[in-house]
Design a binder for this molecule. Structure first.
Ligand code: UDX
Length: 436
């Protein structure tokens, strides 16, 4: 019942499909049973509540309930290991527990791998553990599909209800047919384009998708860094113009402090590790990651350009979450920016509307935390905007002038209106020096 599991369960139940969420975390299960989302995601609370109320959704830590169901979605995490490869221990444990229950079940059961796993995992590890513990055979009493999930945090429910595609990888016709039937029931006449393929291809689609998106972000950040060298050039104009070419597309061309979140870095590292183990070095993806890592250094470099040495300077970091409207700081650019600032001897005070509790768990008292943007700005030598929160976008130029010791602003998300800041030391990333 992590991000993917919760959203999948809630949306299945919302379409009248009886669903049981299984998790080993008892406290989480209790919360879900009360119709409360254990994580922050718009609409999830309401959906869980409705599902529980209509008795279409339940949660338990008792995996034996699987015996009374038709289909199981495996949605456990596949975290990164030191070398970038994914840790399959949750997958192995869940599959083994599942197989033990299915041993006693009569009739066909479909197992669907939604967790992000490298090509070969569904047909390899999952299949092996499932067949061993259930003593049944995939393709006979057991169905097995790889069916990756593409939802984004913050719009997860909408993404689950209106995906741009469904990818189903299977070895046999029956399991693909059963899963398609379930989705037909779910989507009715609005079934999204369906890609039926092998489990390995379905697994690779997920990595290819995230690698492409991450590369698109690193690409525009590269252009932003070049644009900064050219008088009269702004990366926004470049992005707008190239985005009109349908071969390029306008989305994911916002220059910023670098991508974060639980997927891009983890998936790129897994893909790089996977390829290298097969004697292919994916230079492009290493560059995507390196560019992303360096982007935080560049953001701090802009602050240095404004202030000179950062030693003992008070820097306000506005925004900690990896993107707006979430409390998630996993792999967030803010952490890389803060680490770099600390390295330079700066004193950091951070503000975020939602992500401070999570940041405290990671950075504890290494930095100060402010209750609102104004108190973060108070007495600061420089402000760095790291997350594109609406609260931060709405700040006025007077706010910076009134509260800061010296109004130096690094807009790493390009959310302020430069016209309002002509009288201040304001630099947005991706903007070249003015001609004057
Ligand atoms: C991503 C994928 O989009 C999703 O399909 C997959 O299932 C999980 O990973 P998510 O991590 O929720 O989703 O975030 P996303 O909205 O994709 O943003 C990722 C990062 O890229 C954020 O830090 C965001 O700020 C950054 N980004 C995105 C940019 O810097 N510029 C852009 O133009 C777009």
């Amino acid at each position: 019942m992590g991000y993917v599991g919760l959203c999948t369960a809630a949306t299945l139940a919302s379409r009248g499909i009886r669903t049981i969420g299984i998790d080993i975390d008892q406290a989480r299960v209790e919360q879900i049973r009360k119709g409360k989302a254990p994580l922050h995601e718009p609409h999830l609370d309401t959906m869980l509540k409705n599902g529980v109320k209509k008795k279409l959704l339940d949660a338990t830590s008792e995996i034996s309930v699987v015996a009374g169901t038709d289909t199981t979605f495996l949605t456990v995490g596949t975290p990164s290991q030191q070398d970038g490869s994914i840790d399959l221990s949750y997958i192995k444990n869940a599959t083994e527990d599942l197989g033990n229950v299915l041993r006693e079940k009569r009739g066909y059961h479909l197992v669907v791998v939604k967790s992000t796993v490298v090509p070969g995992t569904t047909n390899g590890t999952v299949r092996r553990f499932l067949e061993q513990s259930s003593r049944k055979t995939v393709g006979e009493e057991l169905g097995l599909c790889a069916n990756p999930e593409f939802l984004k945090e913050g719009t997860a429910i909408n993404d689950a209800l209106h995906p741009d595609k469904i990818v189903i990888g299977s070895n046999d016709k029956k399991s693909a047919h059963e899963l398609t039937r379930l989705y037909r029931r779910f989507y009715g006449s609005k079934l999204p384009p369906l890609i039926l393929t092998t489990p390995e291809a379905a697994e690779l689609v997920k990595y290819a998708s995230n690698a492409f998106l991450a590369t698109k972000v690193s690409f525009i950040n590269t252009i932003a860094n070049i644009a900064e060298q050219i008088p009269g050039v702004d990366v926004g104009t470049i992005a707008e113009a190239i985005g009109l070419d349908p071969r390029i597309g306008s989305l994911f061309l916002k220059a910023g402090p670098g991508y974060g979140g639980s997927c891009f870095h983890k998936d790129l590292q897994a893909l790089i590790n996977y390829s290298q183990n097969r004697n292919y070095d994916p230079v492009l993806f290493r560059a995507t990651e390196e560019t992303n890592e360096q982007q935080a250094v560049r953001v701090v470099g802009i602050a240095e350009k404004l202030l000179g040495s950062l030693s003992s300077k008070r820097i306000a970091v506005l925004g900690l979450a990896f993107k707006k409207d979430t409390d998630d700081i996993r792999e967030a650019a803010s952490i890389r920016v803060i680490n770099q600032l600390k390295k330079k001897g700066a004193r950091v005070v951070a503000y975020d509307p939602m992500a401070i509790p999570n940041t405290k768990k990671t950075l504890s008292d290494q930095i100060d935390y402010a209750e609102n943007a104004y108190s973060a700005l108070k007495g600061a030598d420089c402000a760095i905007i790291v997350t594109e929160w609406d609260q931060i976008r709405k700040l006025k130029s007077e706010d910076f002038r009134t509260y800061m010791k010296t109004p130096n602003i690094v807009d790493a998300r390009r959310i302020l209106d430069p016209q309002q800041y002509t009288q201040m030391n304001y630099i947005a990333i991706g903007t070249g020096p003015s001609r004057a």
